[in-house]
Each structure stands twice: as C-alpha cells, then as structure tokens.
Design a protein around this ligand. Structure first.
Ligand code: 5AD
Length: 340
C-alpha cells in the first residue's frame, strides 16, 4: 500500500502525506480505503437533507458567487416567513427528517424572524440547519436557543491572501471565529472549501484538510469551483473533479465519522455518474433542493445547478433508484454526527 496512505489510515496525519495523496494520478487505493472507512464509521445509510433557498439577496461581494451584491443582472427574491414554514410542512410526505435553510447574507432575516421560523419547524419534528453567513455570537446563541441543531459556514479557502481577494471586506480569521462560536454554543458546524479557485494552490488545499482535522468539523462540503459568467472571475476554469474526489476521500480517511455531502456543484459537473462515484469514495450525504420551483432560477450561485428543474417528489424517485444502484439506503434519522 502507498506509504502516505498507510500513515494516514493509522492516524499519523501530516500535510506532506496529504499532499502526496492529492497529487496521485491513480488514486484507486485511496477511494477504496475511504469507502471502507465510510462503511465502518457511518454505515451504508445516506443522510438526506432537504434544502430551501429562502432568499438570494446578499450584502457581500464574493468574487466567485453569482449572488454577490454587485450582480445587477440577477432578479432578487425573498420568501416570506410563512412561505418558508409552509414549504417545510408541504415537504413532510417526502419523509426527510432534516431541513437546511439557506440565504444570501440578507438583513431582512432578523433574529426574531429566524427564531420564530426555527421554532415552528422544530414543532414539525425536523432537525434544523441554518446557513445565513457570518453573524454575532449573540445571534448564534439566539438561533441555538430557538432549537437550531446545525449551521453551515464554509471556510472556502484557508489561503488568507486569496480569501481577502475573493471576499472583499471579509476575513478568514473572522470566518473561523464564527465557526468557533457556533461550536462553543453546541451547534454542529459544517465547513468546506471550493477547489479550483483562481490562484489556489495544492499546498493550500492540503492545509485546508489539516484545518478540517484540527477543527474537527461535523460536516464538510468540498465542491469544485464553477465560474459564473456575471462575476469578476467568470472566465476562469472549473475545478478539477478528480481532485475534489481525492480531497473528499482523504478527508473521510482522516475524520472517519464526519458527514460528507455529494456537493451539488460536483453533481453539476458530473451528474448521475458523479454522485455514484462520490458515494463510493467517502461521501454519505445528499442534499435535495426543495425550494419552490418559481425561485430556483434565481438562486444562481453558479450556472446550470444540478437537478434545479426537478420537482422534489420526482427527485425522490430518482434518488431512490440511484441509491439502490449504489447498494445504499436512505437514513430515517435526524442525521446528527455520531462521534466515535
Ligand atoms: N462555484 C462553486 N461553489 C460556489 N459557492 C459559491 N460560489 C460558488 C461557485 N462559483 C459555494 C460556497 C458557499 C456555498 C453556499 O456555495 O462554498 O459557501
């Protein structure tokens, strides 16, 4: 077996070994090891988390994202709080036990409004994940007290200079502080990165994986960067899907019981085949989009998002068929991380 792989499996984690796995031309052994560890630690059940994109207003200016405030071409929408709660109620027959609410950084969603929505959803017996960006400790505390179980806030890249360039007015340090605050409050934290950002190095991706290990995140989404035509870096190339797959596999081997989604961006570049590959190389989470159809086109973080025209009940049928082919089943639990 590859020596670096052996080291990492045995718990000797170094950046050098991670890097040497990321540059492998043939990573079959790494995928196989990740698949085995995935089965041992999180089993054959796939965690299914429905996601509702509740608003595409955003005050941030991230150069990679189609929702950036400077994108004047994008038509903006915002669901009403009642619409959000009603959509979750509507989704009950789908049978998923956990819902993610995501929005651009939109100040319409005051603590009071968010907490009221969370409480109403908790009454319907769902685990709740929020993904609303950087907020104060106090706000996260209110979210938690209302019943929020998890929060998604990817660190995107640990290259501080690149971060400053791509996220004007924001900082890597503050991002990590937000994640630490969430963790402190007992909220499960989802982080993640994009792969293939212009100027990003392999070396920094190895650092990202070291950071996953140090921060011991509960969920980690690793996506290829997909350029959006109406952004400053819209002429760049998409991220390398094989590198994404290697990064997911290495992350599984290192963090063992972590939740790793088949990211929508990965499926966008690779559709059905891609989902099967990821599920066989360490991934154990799929996030079906249940945003009302009339808003889908407008939540354009990047173009041609996978399955964006597929109605949720139709998607569920497709998902069941896919999981059957992969020899996997749908989890009926709330999908909390179970630490080993
Ligand atoms: N390509 C891929 N992923 C993107 N995100 C934002 N813009 C892009 C893009 N162009 C991801 C970020 C963010 C999440 C909501 O979407 O990682 O955290």
């Amino acid at each position: 077996m590859n020596k670096a792989l052996k080291n990492i499996i045995s718990g000797k984690i170094t950046k050098e070994d991670i890097l040497s796995l990321l540059i492998l031309d043939d990573a079959f052994e790494v995928y196989k090891a990740a698949d085995k560890i995935r089965r041992e630690y999180v089993g054959d059940e796939v965690q299914v988390r429905e996601i509702i994109e509740i608003s595409n207003y955003c005050k941030q200016k991230c150069l990679y994202c189609g929702l950036q405030s400077q994108n004047k071409k994008l038509k903006r929408y915002r669901m009403t709080p009642d619409e959000v709660v009603d959509r979750v109620r509507w989704s009950i027959p789908l049978g998923y036990k956990t819902v993610v609410l995501q929005s651009g950084e939109d100040d319409y969603w005051t603590d009071e409004i968010v907490c009221d929505i969370v409480k109403k959803i908790k009454e319907m017996d769902f685990a709740v994940t929020l993904s609303f960006g950087e907020k104060s400790y106090d706000t996260y505390k209110k979210y938690r007290d209302a019943g929020t179980d998890r929060y998604l806030l990817k660190h995107e890249t640990c290259d501080k200079e690149l971060y400053k360039y791509l996220d004007p007015g924001m900082s890597f340090e503050n991002r990590i502080q937000c994640q630490k605050n969430l963790k402190d409050l007992g909220i499960q934290v989802g982080s993640g990165i994009m792969i293939g950002l212009p100027g990003q190095t392999l070396d920094s991706i190895a650092d990202d994986i070291m950071l996953f290990y140090e921060m011991d995140y509960d969920m980690i989404g690793i996506s290829p960067f997909i350029p959006h035509q109406d952004t400053e870096i819209g002429n760049s190339h998409s991220g390398d899907v094989d590198l994404v797959r290697k990064a997911v596999a290495v992350t599984r081997i290192i963090l063992k019981d972590v939740h790793l989604p088949v990211t929508t961006a990965f499926s966008t570049l690779n559709e059905r085949e891609g989902k099967l590959l990821m599920l066989a190389s360490g991934a154990n989470v799929i996030m079906p989009n249940i945003t009302p159809m009339e808003y889908r086109e407008m939540y354009e973080i990047y173009p041609n998002k996978d399955s964006k025209d597929i109605e949720p009940f139709v998607y569920k049928e497709k998902l069941l068929a896919l999981l059957k082919d992969a020899g996997r089943s749908i989890s009926t639990s709330y999908g909390h991380r179970i630490k080993h």
